[in-house]
Design a protein around this ligand. Structure first.
Ligand SMILES: [Cu+2]
Length: 461
């Protein structure tokens, strides 16, 4: 049994990152067609020969190999968590074998980057081993990262409050782990954990990390994903939470290569317990199995909440640009008058949920993260109290391109604005006829980017 450790709690003299760096350099020497090579492993997540990051890395695997093993990452899907867990497990095995072959320790385990750790003032800064020295002698360095400090907003753990694993169209449009889908390489609706912090951390780092078709070339990808994988267990341990029970999730198989380069398959049910994944692992500071879970909470929740319905929507496609993009929605009478009567949910009393949706979002390149604000007054000096959330567009180009696996209708984002709406209603000057949505880019859009939003809508119980 291995323990995946917090990268910021490695004891002095620990060699985990040193060996990781050596293994990356070794794996980069292997030809891209070798399943045990650095490039092949990254191509399994996503690949596009036209991207800068892939220049000069050919010859690439045969079309048949690419078809079976590359561009497999599951996004916008209830397979997001199990697929990435499998992917990390075989990657960790291959890195571990490479380290043994180099004369290193036998028990190497992938560390995790807990950027949300509020007890660690450096938590949101990328660990120094990944940035220094900033050149190719350092296996953990990557050229072209946009930022190595993640803003606090983008590491919030609100996803852990989402009870259902899959979006239920009632209390949660996203679900913790994503919507029920078949194989979904670039699905449109990302689950709560995938949206925040996963997607925002990707795009905040930027460079290769900003595009799923190059992200796994950056060694930070793997410690980021170990943290996302850890949060799956943290969520389960909170109770009233459970993995899907349908055979279409439990039995769905994905293809990988093991440390000898042999083809293998794995199904979701084989990775629910981390102690049973290959030789098994646990996470430092996290119990490997939750309390005897009460499943009742989920059913109570679904019974007592009414289906979410569209109560307001724009009727024109919106193109993002400039220092901000603004659009106004008019709330229907039912919502204007509503006192936001509390509902009973899972044994506790909660406000009726309201969500802001961005539908059929299509785009090109790696557009900047946009922060979303509601009803910001003209001369507001500090806009923080009007902040609704952020959208990252991670994978938007792929999701906008029709292919074998999807129609190309773009991405779909949802922000929980329940609390913000309640606060706004209490402010002087609240106008039911006009809810203004501001989308503010965190960096300027470039000529390589565009984003179009098919519809902005409000869903409420
Ligand atoms: Cu990722």
């Amino acid at each position: 049994m291995k323990e995946r450790k917090d990268v910021y709690k490695l004891p002095a003299g620990d060699t985990t990152l040193e060996w990781y760096s050596k293994a990356v350099i070794e794996m980069k020497k292997r030809p891209t067609r070798d399943p045990r090579s650095w490039n092949y492993q990254a191509g399994m997540h996503g690949f596009n020969a036209n991207l800068f990051w892939w220049q000069g890395k050919g010859p690439f695997p045969s079309p048949g190999d690419q078809q079976n093993f590359w561009n497999q990452c599951q996004h916008g899907s209830w397979f997001f968590l199990p697929w990435h867990r499998m992917y990390l497990a075989y990657f960790e095995q291959i890195v571990g074998q490479t380290i043994v072959d180099l004369g290193g320790p036998k028990d190497w385990a992938l560390p995790f980057w807990n950027y949300s750790d509020t007890s660690n003032p450096k938590a949101r800064v990328m660990p120094a081993a990944f940035t220094n020295p900033g050149n190719a002698t350092n296996g953990l360095w990557m050229e072209g990262r946009q930022s190595t400090t993640i803003p606090e907003r983008y590491v919030a753990l609100t996803a852990l409050n989402t009870l259902p694993f899959t979006g239920d169209g009632r209390s949660s449009p996203l679900g913790f782990g994503g919507p029920e889908t078949s194989f979904s390489h670039s699905g449109g609706t990302h689950g709560a954990l995938e949206s925040l912090p996963h997607d925002l951390v990707h795009v905040a780092i930027g460079g290769a990390m900003g595009d799923p078709r190059a992200a796994a070339l950056d060694p930070i990808f793997w410690v980021h994903h170990a943290n996302i994988d850890r949060l799956w267990q943290v969520w389960l341990n909170m109770g009233h939470r459970t993995d899907p029970k349908k055979a279409s999730w439990l039995k769905f198989a994905f293809k990988f290569h093991d440390k000898s380069g042999a083809e293998v398959e794995m199904i979701s049910s084989a990775v629910e317990d981390t102690r049973k994944v290959l030789t098994g692992y646990t996470y430092q500071g996290v119990a490997p199995s939750g309390p005897a879970l009460s499943r009742g909470g989920l059913e109570i929740e679904a019974d007592l909440s009414t289906p979410l319905q569209v109560v307001a929507a724009t009727n024109e496609t919106l193109t993002l640009g400039g220092p901000k993009t603004s659009v106004s929605l008019s709330l229907p009478e039912t919502m204007q008058k509503r006192e936001n009567a509390p509902v009973s949910r899972g044994g506790t009393v909660a406000a009726k949920k309201t969500f802001l949706h961005f539908e059929n979002v299509t785009g090109r390149g790696i557009p900047p993260i946009h922060d979303v604000y509601l009803n910001v007054p003209e001369n507001a000096e500090n806009t923080d109290s009007y902040y609704a959330g952020s959208i990252s567009f991670f994978g938007v180009e792929d999701a906008s391109t029709p292919s074998l696996h999807q129609a190309g209708s773009g991405q779909h984002f949802a922000l929980d604005i329940t609390d913000l709406m309640n606060r706004l209603r209490a402010l002087p000057g609240w106008d039911e006829q006009k809810l203004t949505v501001n989308l503010v880019p965190t960096q300027p859009m470039t000529d390589d980017n565009f984003v179009k939003i098919g519809r902005i809508s409000i869903y409420s119980e």
